[in-house]
Design a protein around this ligand. Structure first.
Ligand code: SF4
Ligand code: SF4
Length: 248
């Protein structure tokens, strides 16, 4: 009798176990798949954006990158993975500036620490998640990151040309005004009571010219006036000294 009871008990637990197993199987039928059938699904294989596969230089839609050739990424890289060729070019306004010539990056020695990316002052670098980087030759792991053709230096706009001309003319005018002011001061200082009629017109003429040249520039005008006043004060002092000497 005992064995019949045991038989049905085992049968019941067997059926319960079977139902539980079928539940698990049924659930997996409707659960989205986790495993990927790579490489069959290569075209739409999901890879996390934060996955660091290879360093890249960011290019915008116009084919420009933001690297200013400061060399920071090269200096901070702990493995000498980055090697930059930098050149100096002249801009339209005659200034010299550093420019990136070649950006070499050795994927084979990169530890993906991302120090180069975080230290770049212009946010010119990023890591791509393109993970298919396997090659047969180590030398091919050294990549040239600035792969697009270099663009010519930007040319000045008409407004910039006008501004440059105006600045140049202003500099020349300022130099002339300063020279005239110096001349006027010298003429005023040299003027003596012995020959007032001969000296005064020349000094006045030079002073007037200097003031005319500085017209429209209050700063220069003020300087010239100050120089003239100084010269006049010097002249008055000399006259007073001379008069005092005559009285004695
Ligand atoms: S840190 Fe940035 S801007 Fe400086 S050289 Fe590297 S990529 Fe260029
Ligand atoms: S991620 Fe690290 S190791 Fe790789 S190039 Fe940048 S700084 Fe060097």
């Amino acid at each position: 009798m005992g064995s019949v009871k045991e038989y049905f008990s085992n049968l019941g637990s067997g059926i319960a176990s079977l139902v539980k197993g079928m539940q698990v199987t049924g659930k997996e039928f409707v659960t989205p798949k986790i495993t990927e059938e790579y490489p069959d699904n290569r075209d739409n294989l999901p890879v996390a954006d934060r996955f660091r596969a290879i360093l890249t230089l960011k290019y915008d839609d116009q084919g420009d990158h933001k690297c200013i050739a400061c060399g920071t990424c090269e200096r901070v890289c702990p493995n000498n993975t980055i090697s930059l060729d930098i050149k100096t070019v002249e801009t339209w306004d005659g200034k010299k500036k550093k420019k990136l010539d070649k950006y070499h990056y050795d994927l084979g020695s990169c530890t993906f620490c991302q120090l180069c990316v975080t230290s770049c002052p212009t946010d010119a670098l990023e890591f791509s998640n393109d993970f298919e980087q396997a090659l047969y030759t180590r030398s091919k792991l050294v990549k040239l990151l600035n792969y697009l053709p270099e663009k010519p230096e930007p040319q000045p706009t008409p407004e910039q040309i006008e501004k440059m001309k105006a600045e140049k003319e202003a500099k020349i005018a300022a130099a002339k005004a300063a020279a005239e002011a110096k001349k006027a001061a010298a003429a005023g200082a040299a003027a003596t009571p012995a020959a007032p009629a001969a000296q005064a017109p020349a000094a006045d003429d030079a002073a007037a010219k200097a003031l005319a040249a500085a017209k429209g520039d209050p700063e220069k005008e003020a300087k010239i006036r100050a120089a003239l006043e100084k010269a006049a004060a010097l002249k008055a002092k000399r006259e007073a000294e001379k008069n005092a000497g005559a009285a004695n």
